[in-house]
Design a protein around this ligand. Structure first.
Ligand SMILES: Cc1cc2nc3c(=O)[nH]c(=O)nc-3n(C[C@H](O)[C@H](O)[C@H](O)COP(=O)(O)O)c2cc1C
Length: 361
């Protein structure tokens, strides 16, 4: 039974098996970001809005993608999947990208450096009929990935990146997009040339993370490198990414870059209602929904992952408890916890606290 049956936008809270209702994905007329948050199209795929849940390995599993979609995210991207693992039909990789629930438009992201292998992997993903878009990872900074020439290493080989886009686009009928960074290092910023190369090769949307590979995930995103990209992308959607956490961030990025969409990663970890906030769905922001959403999230993960759900939930748990006055000691005491009831109680104690200011990110 749901806790909140008064509106279809909130009736899923507390009821993980509730069918997906897309009404929260519609932008609200008269909201602060009206005209900036809007539907867009990638190839022939219509997105209900231009707020995107970023792909995050170990974070954006099916439960989180669905939770964010229920709270308004208009589009989500899977955790990165290796083309080699897909070629070998790794059941673990297939399980990771597959999800029986509904989230609205969804891309599977693949990585690799061999155009033929990437095409074969994309064609296999398309045959599974689980997604609307194939996204190519050209931004992963992890050594294991870049030493194979894949991920952000492709920023050093724009011709190869373009060949991958061409080869994958030829192999599938789904739109092919890619996500990359501002460059390899601060001394080799080539985001504009790179955008040009992949768009000319046929990318149907580009997402740019405003950090270099050298920066990994540290420091602040440098939005200056996103300026001028829209002029290159023309009619192709350009999605901005990096440190988007508030309405003011969205407005500033839009004014500075004219971007078509906003991809949010860490800003929604522990705060998945950020999408509702940006869309203007205030009914989803009620204080008394916070713990039920937390509980819903954990319950959904228990259904998706079984006994490994609690350790996998930890990254979200620490996000939800980020502003807890005793967050450091709580982290220590919960970092090995495997009992879902203990984790639930920690969430309840936190969200029941009298002062909501503590909880604001
Ligand atoms: C834990 C973690 C895992 C990530 N995994 C991926 C991934 O699988 N594919 C990808 O393209 N980017 C990945 N990213 C990068 C994010 O998609 C995003 O570009 C980055 O976090 C910057 O956005 P943010 O400042 O909103 O978090 C990951 C980031 C984090 C923090």
């Amino acid at each position: 039974m749901s806790f909140f049956t008064d509106s279809p936008i909130t009736s899923w809270i507390g009821n993980p098996s509730a069918p997906f209702d897309s009404s929260a994905q519609n932008p609200v007329k008269g909201s602060k970001l009206e005209g900036i948050i809007k539907p867009i199209k990638i190839g022939n795929v219509q997105l209900p809005n231009n707020l995107v849940l970023a792909p995050m390995a170990g974070v954006t599993d099916g439960s989180f993608r669905q939770l964010c979609a229920r709270l308004g995210a208009g589009y989500s991207v899977s955790e990165l999947a290796s083309c080699k693992a897909l070629q070998m039909r790794s059941s673990q990789t297939i399980e990771m990208i597959k999800f029986d629930g509904n989230t609205g438009p969804y891309a599977v992201q693949i990585f690799g450096a061999d155009p033929d292998l990437m095409a074969e992997a994309a064609s296999f993903v398309e045959s599974l009929k689980i997604c609307d878009i194939i996204d190519i990872n050209m931004g992963c900074p992890v050594s294991k990935v870049v030493k194979t020439g894949a991920g952000s290493a492709l920023m050093k080989t724009p011709d190869l990146a373009a060949n991958i886009i061409k080869s994958v686009s030829k192999a599938v009928s789904l739109p092919v997009t890619c996500k990359f960074r501002s460059g390899w290092t601060e001394n080799s910023i080539n985001v504009k040339e790179f955008a040009h190369a992949v768009i000319e090769a046929g990318a149907k949307a580009i997402t740019v993370h405003a950090r270099t590979r050298q920066a990994m995930y540290t420091g602040s995103a440098n939005w200056k490198y996103l300026e001028g990209i829209k002029e290159i992308s023309g009619p192709i959607p350009f999605i901005a990414n990096g440190d988007i956490c508030s309405e003011d961030n969205v407005i500033e990025l839009y004014e500075r870059t004219g971007c078509d969409g906003f991809m949010i990663g860490r800003g929604c970890v522990g705060k998945p209602w950020l999408y509702a906030q940006l869309l203007g769905h205030t009914e989803l922001l009620q204080e008394n929904f916070r713990f039920p959403i937390f509980k819903h999230h954990l319950t959904d993960m228990l259904m998706e992952h079984g006994s490994t759900a609690v350790p996998l939930f930890r990254v979200h748990l620490f996000g939800y408890l980020k502003n807890h006055p005793h967050s450091a000691s709580l982290r220590r005491s919960l970092c090995m916890e495997r009992n879902p009831n203990v984790v639930l109680q920690a969430g309840k104690d936190f969200f029941d606290r009298a002062n909501p200011i503590d909880r604001e990110a």
